[in-house]
Design a protein around this ligand. Structure first.
Ligand code: HAM
Length: 407
């Protein structure tokens, strides 16, 4: 028997209902916030991710599904959605047509991580990317959107925010932090020792408990912001308070992708265990120009659908549509014709073989139908149908014509 690859999953039955429910809530919300759908390829040039997610990030360094295709191109299955959307934004020359562009997307992402609870190698994201709006009001609006999606889904999550500064305040902070790390090199884990050279900021969210103790004394990012970044951070907090959205400031929240500046945020849930982030995002004002486009401010987020699936309560399933059954072989064709008509109105189940009353009722219940319609010898003769409303628990015999008006 052939199984799915490690860290990859089939999604069916209740799971697929959860999946679609999340997608539909997220999509409806994003549309109300003015987002339009974008679809980008799953396979992209490897360079795209190296230049956006970052050469020194774990995602690019260790986790890419990367190969050389038959045309000798170095390609990669997307580990996340932002890079492809930014590439598409530049490919469509939208960076040359000033304006506000807002896109939402969803689909599979691939990271060759060590699979564990909540961590897959193929997982699905729903994401939004907003281009052309530099105001911190947009950062707030995106956070409010994620908050609304989670609330609609009935998911309790904690919002953590931080500012990663800008090109004015980040470089001097990085220097300061490097100095501190250098002085404590011997106390740091191997990964963090390497990060001193490659990306010192990433030491801040190292999972190693010993590193975390050392880093408690490290200079804090939020104490080293320039006036403009500080002002934005203050404004964001004021807007969140005004909207009654609870948050924590996490000075060690740096995110696993290198393209962020200013606002970074994550929603986490205690009910998930170690892999607790259900959504993450932030501002990335430099990314369009890193990828050779005209500098355009941008901000976005993505939510992890599988992680939300573990938390979401499915709405109570309601009976809907029809179940049509033939009680004798002669009635099968008439039942099929009735089915074809009803299918234009609502979900209709039909079985190609005739059956007894009890097995039809069982099958109708399993199909979660609201109305059961059965045709036997008597009904065939009278051009009628036996009908039961399973919700109201009422039954009667109706003529085939009358059925046309059934609600
Ligand atoms: P990310 O934080 O890497 O951000 O991923 C977003 C969400 O995807 C996470 O919060 C988590 O729920 C889910 N996720 C990530 N890795 C896995 C995994 N291995 N298994 C299951 N779920 C996972 C991004 O990808 C950015 N592109 C978000 C963004 C959009 N920033 C700006 N715009």
């Amino acid at each position: 028997m052939i199984h799915p690859l490690r860290g990859m999953k089939d999604i069916l039955f209740d799971e697929s209902r959860r999946f679609l429910h999340i997608l539909s809530v997220a999509t409806e919300t994003a549309k109300r916030y003015g987002y339009g759908y974008i679809e980008t390829p799953i396979l992209e040039e490897t360079t795209l991710f190296k230049r956006s997610v970052g050469d020194s990030s774990d995602i690019v360094n260790k986790e890419m599904y990367r190969f050389i295709d038959k045309g000798e191109h170095d390609v990669c299955m997307r580990p996340e959605g932002t890079a492809g959307v930014v590439r598409a934004f530049i490919s469509a020359k939208l960076d040359r047509q000033p304006g506000k562009y807002r896109f939402y997307y969803h689909g599979p992402m691939f990271r060759y991580e060590r699979p564990q609870k909540g961590r897959l190698r193929e997982f699905h994201q729903f994401g939004c990317e907003s281009f052309g709006e530099a105001s911190v009001y947009e950062d707030f609006t995106l956070i409010a959107m994620v908050n609304e999606i989670l609330q609609t889904l009935g998911i309790d999550a904690t919002l953590k925010i931080n500012s990663l500064g800008c090109e004015a305040c980040m470089p001097p902070y990085r220097e300061k932090l490097s100095g501190f790390l250098e002085a404590h090199r011997a106390d740091l884990c191997e990964d963090c020792q390497r990060r001193i050279e490659t990306n010192p900021i990433r030491t801040l969210d190292c999972k190693n408990a010993h590193c975390q103790t050392v880093l408690q004394e490290a200079p804090k990012l939020n104490a080293n912001l320039c006036a403009s970044c500080q002002e934005d951070m203050q404004k964001l907090q004021a807007l969140l308070k005004q909207a009654d959205i609870d948050f924590e400031i996490d000075p060690h929240l740096v995110r696993g992708l290198d393209y962020y500046n200013k606002t970074a945020f994550e929603f986490t849930s205690d009910a998930l265990g170690a892999q607790s982030a259900v959504a993450g995002g932030g501002r990335y004002d430099k990314l369009v120009s890193y990828l050779d486009g005209k500098a355009t401010p941008a901000v976005g987020f993505a939510l992890g659908i599988e992680r939300l699936m573990a938390l979401v309560e499915l709405p109570e399933s309601v009976r809907e549509g029809y179940y049509v059954g033939a009680m004798c072989d002669e009635a099968i064709d008439t039942a099929l014709q009735l089915t074809m008509k009803l299918r234009q109105k609502a979900k209709t189940s039909f079985e190609y073989t005739s059956k007894g009353f009890k097995s039809h009722m069982k099958a109708a219940d399993k199909a979660q139908a609201r109305y059961v319609l059965l045709i036997g010898e008597k009904e065939l003769e009278e051009k009628s149908v036996w009908l039961k409303d399973l919700q109201a628990q009422e039954e009667r015999t109706v003529s085939l014509e009358e059925l046309e008006d059934l609600g």
